[in-house]
Every structure is written in structure tokens, then in C-alpha cells.
Design a protein around this ligand. Structure first.
Ligand code: M6R
Length: 364
């Protein structure tokens, strides 16, 4: 039931601290990820894994893109993330020692399921499903399972499924990286960040009223550009998908470093530019990209990490809690969900059931 909430989407956005806590529950002990989370033989399997192929659609694909950055940077193992409808028709090359990972909220997405069936004939070490529905086809077809515990997601626009996918993939990336010899301090810090996620997300949800106030600026816009770098590029992609899905505003996401290679030509006073600015190694580069937008007269909205906020010279900057590399993409997603929600409400769209879309895409 929606209860006090006007839409399921809003309820599901606010359920995220609990959904994240549920997804982490019993999977971390003494500051370490329990390797049994993938099943009994996972230790041996992770030790053997020399490459990872992630396949998914839509929002779940964006979670896969974030995980790709984590797996390569923490575990030092090559990882690709790909859209299922492309993977299944392109004859992927699978080297020995490769792990297949599918990500799906519903576990019934036709392209993801077909990709998994193809993968089963391609000599992967194993097929891991990161999924929210225990009895789904994708879970049944996979040899390893890591469930997200988001609970039922009714809104067509995925919210808590995405952030719990990131939490599950964070657990996986850290367990995997540990097996591959990740520096102990970085490992323990990553696990600590996962443990802090429910609290950090609850803190970020308090920005709701401020974001609702910003939404008025977007209600009459035709286009919006989302920018990020590193793991925040897929977060920007997710922000753009949410906005187009429920508010029907055309939105695109770019890696901020690509601005000069094309999209900067679009920037003018009618083009809101939304940037996610974590406190990471690329922040100086991002801030200089934002300066380019500002000098072209672009309307800039920045969702900045606490330690970056004071460096962004703009009234439309919202400050989020300070976060490390694992927590940041989860936390930065929250304001983008709230922004698209409030813009959609102002535009009077059917937030929970956007036109032309189905919750579960069971046909190609
Ligand atoms: O159930 P799945 O995670 O496999 O669904 C994949 C996409 O259809 C889904 O994420 C879609 O993009 C959402 N409506 C996005 O909000």
C-alpha cells in the first residue's frame, strides 16, 4: 500500500534506507564481507576468476556500469558491462576463467534472460544473478545468486531496486577484490562505507524539500543534460533515464570529459545542466568542465559531496553527505530520483505508470 505517500515511486524512494539495510543484513561480519554470500564454493570460484562480463538492461545496466569501475579498480580484473539486447546478438568472445553476471530487478526481462541462456553455452566459469525476485526465471537459470532485498517495486521507474543492486554489487566487488589481494585498509574502508549506506541515504533524503523547490525550474524545460565522471557517469545516465521516463523531458547523460566533443554546442540558458560532484580523484577536472558550462550561460545544478560544496560557486548547489568511493554513487543517486519525481508531479504525468512503458519487459 502507498500509505501516506502520493505515489509508489515516492514511497519506494523513501524505503531505500531499509531496503539497503535488508540487502546488507547478515552479509557483513566483523567489518568483512562474508564470502558465503555467493554460496559455499565461492572462495575457490573467485580465486579462479580472471574476467567478468556483466549484462543487463535499463537501470540494471547502469548498476552494472558502476560495478565495472569498482571491479577493475578494486580487484584489478578486467570487467565489461553491456546491454543484454546487444550482447545476445553479437557473438561475444569468452576467454577461460570468465564469470558471467546478470543484473535484473524482475528476473524476467526477455533480453537479459536470453543473454543468460546464451552465456550458459559459452563456457563461463559460472553465471551469477543479482536479482530482486527469488523465484524468477533468471534466478532459476543461474548457478550463483546474490539477491537484492528491495521488496516489491511497484513504480515502473526503478529506484530502490537500483540502489540495492549497487549495495549487492559493492559486496561482490569487495569480496572479489579481497580474494585478489586488495590492500587491507582500502578493503576495510569499502566495507565500512557499505555499512554506513542506510544512514547516509536517510541523511540525503532530508534534501527532499530543497529538491522539490528546484524542480519548478525544470517543469517548462524541453531538454536537460546530466554530467558525471567515473562511477558518476553511470549515475548521471540513471538520472537522465529517470527524468525522461517519468517527466517526458528529453535528457541525456555525458561523461563530463566529452563536453567539448559535442554536447557543449547545446548549452544555453534553456538547457539545465545537472552535475553530480563527488569528492574523488576527478573532482578538479569536473569542476573545470562545469566552469565551461557556466561561461556558456548554461543553467547549472550541482549535487556536491559535502567536502566539495564550498568549491562550487553557485546558488543552485545542493550539498550531500561526505562519502567514499563505494557509498558515493548510491548517495548521489538519491537527489536525482527526487528531482525527476518532483518534476514529473509538477508536469502532471502518471508517475507510477509512465506512458508506453511496462514494469517488466518480457518480450523483445
Ligand atoms: O527487471 P529488470 O531490472 O531486468 O528491468 C530492466 C529495465 O527494464 C528497467 O530497469 C527499466 O529501465 C526501468 N523502468 C528503469 O526505471
Amino acid at each position: 500500500e502507498r500509505g501516506e505517500y502520493r505515489h509508489y515511486m515516492l514511497k519506494e524512494i523513501h524505503e531505500q534506507p531499509q531496503a539497503l539495510a535488508d540487502t546488507l543484513e547478515g552479509r557483513i561480519s566483523g567489518g568483512r564481507v562474508l564470502t558465503q554470500i555467493l554460496g559455499v564454493d565461492a572462495d575457490a570460484l573467485l580465486a579462479q576468476t580472471e574476467a567478468v562480463h556483466i549484462v543487463a538492461c535499463g537501470t540494471s545496466y547502469h548498476a552494472g556500469l558502476v560495478a565495472r569501475y569498482w571491479i577493475e579498480s578494486l580487484a584489478g580484473i578486467p570487467c565489461t558491462a553491456e546491454i543484454a539486447s546487444e550482447y545476445r546478438y553479437r557473438n561475444p568472445v569468452v576467454r577461460p576463467g570468465t564469470l558471467f553476471v546478470s543484473i535484473s530487478q524482475s528476473g524476467e526481462t526477455a533480453d537479459t534472460l536470453a543473454a543468460l541462456k546464451l552465456a550458459k553455452a559459452r563456457g563461463y566459469l559460472a553465471q551469477l544473478a543479482v536479482c530482486n525476485v527469488p523465484e524468477s526465471s533468471i534466478v532459476r537459470e543461474s548457478s550463483l545468486v546474490l539477491m537484492t532485498r528491495a521488496g516489491p517495486e511497484i513504480g515502473v521507474a526503478s529506484t530502490k531496486a537500483f540502489t540495492t543492486q549497487l549495495a549487492a554489487l559493492g559486496l561482490f566487488a569487495l569480496a572479489f577484490a579481497h580474494a585478489k589481494g586488495l590492500d587491507e585498509a582500502r578493503y576495510l574502508d569499502g566495507v565500512r562505507q557499505l555499512e554506513q549506506l542506510p544512514g547516509l541515504v536517510a541523511e540525503t533524503l532530508k534534501l527532499d524539500a530543497e529538491i522539490e523547490a528546484l524542480a519548478a525550474d525544470f517543469a517548462d524545460k524541453q531538454h536537460a543534460l546530466f554530467l558525471g565522471r567515473g562511477t558518476h557517469w553511470p549515475v548521471a545516465m540513471e538520472g537522465a533515464l529517470k527524468l525522461k521516463e517519468i517527466s517526458y523531458i528529453h535528457a541525456e547523460a555525458y561523461a563530463a570529459g566529452e563536453l567539448k566533443h559535442g554536447p557543449l554546442a547545446l548549452v544555453d540558458a534553456d538547457m539545465p545542466v545537472i552535475a553530480v560532484a563527488p569528492n574523488d580523484a576527478l573532482i578538479d577536472k569536473l569542476l573545470s568542465n562545469l566552469e565551461e558550462v557556466r561561461t556558456r550561460g548554461g543553467e547549472l545544478y550541482v549535487f556536491a559531496d559535502h567536502d566539495v560544496g564550498s568549491r562550487v560557486d553557485d546558488s543552485r548547489t545542493l550539498v550531500m553527505p561526505a562519502c567514499g568511493e563505494i557509498a558515493a554513487p548510491v548517495v548521489s543517486t538519491i537527489p536525482l530520483q527526487l528531482l525527476s519525481y518532483h518534476v514529473a508531479v509538477l508536469r502532471g504525468t502518471d508517475v507510477d505508470q509512465p506512458r508506453n512503458l511496462a514494469k517488466s519487459v518480457t518480450v523483445e
